[in-house]
Write a protein that binds this ligand. Structure first.
Ligand SMILES: NC(=O)c1ccc[n+]([C@@H]2O[C@H](COP(=O)([O-])OP(=O)(O)OC[C@H]3O[C@@H](n4cnc5c(N)ncnc54)[C@H](OP(=O)(O)O)[C@@H]3O)[C@@H](O)[C@H]2O)c1
Length: 294
């Protein structure tokens, strides 16, 4: 990669950040497209978030991704927020348009696109169990219910901090009055597994070989899909357990690639005649970084 005096920086703010594959996929997209950008990871703690966001302006960065645990808090630090990101209540992509910082959310699109691509799943009329109530959960929930005619039949939202799940369910039921959305305690999720079509882990549990969320996979119907937004490792302990039971699984890799492709297009749209994100090069780079040739 050639760095010149005109190269602009994009990057990712998160804590922790070591696990991220975004530099691998975004720098692959940059090389493939020949745009004069470089993508760098930044370890940004909660205390440093405001200063880091101001740093985007000070350093004239083209933009950043925002990841765990900042996606909700960062919304208030921006000049403008795209209507969809505003409804979701979380931002994972910031674009610097001549000093004005605009927030977007590409996670929901990335998740649904990759789920459809990998498994053929569409939400209409389905029962879904979502584990977690953070930034990724917001984007996924909203996207699975946003269109009344294509909405999931029911969504059960279970989170370690029950109050957070309750608040989120209340907020989204106001925004999406047709949503059959119920918050439950994590240890009360068991009976809902019996008729679930899709179970998705949106927590960071399972990341970097941590243990999986404790879910009764054995209760799921044989046709259920088990999905994990965690992509490192590619096959998390949860997905391994589901595969051992013969269930269809969906890893976080496709979401990473699709959300990243849309972020790349948002940054480059403001800078150059729009290059479409080179999705296959991004996927190859992610697999290479994970040591997989799948
Ligand atoms: N594949 C992709 O493209 C993609 C995209 C976005 C995010 N992700 C991944 O999704 C995960 C969550 O990201 P986020 O931005 O949503 O983070 P976040 O906003 O900080 O939310 C974290 C969620 O994880 C739960 N959690 C954390 N530690 C836990 C534990 N030990 N036990 C039970 N629950 C726990 C939190 O529960 P509490 O409310 O109780 O704290 C919360 O629901 C991360 O691993 C991130 O890398 C992947």
């Amino acid at each position: 990669m050639k760095i010149t005096g005109a190269t602009r920086i994009i990057g990712i703010f998160g804590d922790p950040i070591e696990h991220t594959l975004s530099p691998a996929i975004q720098n692959a997209a940059i090389e493939e497209s020949g745009v004069d950008l470089v993508y760098v990871p930044f370890h940004v703690t909660a205390d440093g978030l405001k200063a880091a966001v101001n740093g985007i302006r000070a350093l004239d960065m083209a933009g950043v991704n925002v990841t765990i645990p900042h996606k909700e808090r960062v919304v208030k630090l921006l000049d403008d927020v795209d209507p969809l990101a505003s409804l979701i209540g979380a931002v994972n992509t910031i674009v610097n348009v001549e000093g004005r910082l605009i927030g977007y959310n590409t996670d929901g699109y990335g998740y649904v696109e990759s789920l459809k691509e990998d498994t053929g799943f569409t939400a209409e009329g389905k029962n879904v169990v979502v584990i977690g109530a953070g930034g990724a959960a917001r984007a996924i929930l909203y996207t699975l219910m946003r269109e009344r005619s294509a909405s999931a039949r029911s969504i059960i939202l279970a989170n370690r901090t029950y109050d957070r799940a309750k608040r989120l369910a209340k907020e989204f039921k106001k925004k999406l009055p047709w949503a059959q959305l119920e918050a439950v305690r994590l240890d009360a999720v068991y009976p809902y597994m019996d008729d679930a079509h899709l179970v998705v882990n949106t927590t960071s549990l399972g990341m970097m070989a941590q243990s999986a969320p404790d879910l009764p996979i054995e209760r799921l119907p044989e046709t259920a899909i088990v999905s994990d937004v965690v992509y490192r490792p590619l096959e998390t302990a949860l997905l391994k357990k589901a595969a051992q039971r013969g269930l269809k699984t969906h890893s976080g890799l496709g979401m990473l690639v699709h959300q990243g492709a849309l972020s790349f297009e948002l940054w480059t749209l403001a800078l150059f005649p729009r290059p479409t994100a080179p999705i296959q090069a991004m996927r190859r780079a992610a697999l290479k970084a994970l040591g997989s040739s799948e």
